[in-house]
Ligand binder design. Sequence first.
Ligand code: NDP
Length: 263
Amino acid sequence: MDDKERVAVITGGGRGIGAAAGLRFIKAGFHVYFADLNFIRAQQFVESLKSFQSHAHPLSLDVTSDDSVMEAIDIVGKKHGHINVLINNAGITNQQPTVETSVSDWQMMIDTHLTGAFRCSKAAFPFLKGATDASIINVSSIAGAMGMPIRASYCAAKAGLEGLTRSLATEWSKDGIRVNAVAPGWVLTDLIQKDLDSGLVSEELLSSRISLKRLGKPDEIGEVMFFLASNASSYMTGQVLRVDGGLSIDLNPGNVNAVRTNS
Ligand code: NDP
């Protein structure tokens, strides 16, 4: 065991935002555990990293299962003696009118996003406590602060995750653990590609409502996660950083030409 080795666990790390974030941490010298429900995908992603492979580790983990979380976090914690960074990123979506949403579908969403983050944070706590620059980063969404039709369970789960972020930040500050969240807007991953392919959302329409006029890229979120885990944010805890290209701050999206000028 090497106290100086920096170790990060990223749930849902097999693809998308989690995979991009993992690569950012590896490039900074971290050992990264890509912890995913889909172990094969995590393994394939790790194999694709070629020269970075020595620091990349696939891990089988289901955030909805107490046993799976305990077992996976224990493997990492016992191997390295500590965990510096936990990123609660695993996520799913569903689109259903609320009146057609079953309680079990509702519970699955809450269990994955909110209870999953609680489970993983609790399991990782003994290994984070006392680790250098220990940090938890929860992956919320601008849906944690804004509403969306046919996604009530997702919005509720993400709003809850932001509450968990603030509470853990206050409770675990004495243990040297900072807890923050990143709240992305629309980011082009398989999760969103599914909605684009089915016509549920249109890239053109979404982009027109975003100040920066484009969807985000997974590595742009990974970069902010790295900032939140680094010393550059050492005085930040309990915060939610919105990374959405300006989507959540524009009251009149797409109407930039209506701005009056003096000329
Ligand atoms: P992806 O679907 O590309 O990746 C999510 C990963 O999480 C998948 O590999 C998935 O595996 C895994 N996963 C799902 N359920 C579990 C589970 N129970 N245990 C462990 N892993 C699981 O999604 P994104 O990268 O787009 O999203 C990552 C996070 O970012 C999510 O929390 C999402 O809500 C959030 N987010 C994404 C936005 C976007 O626009 N993309 C916007 C705002 C927030 P499998 O495929 O097998 O289910």
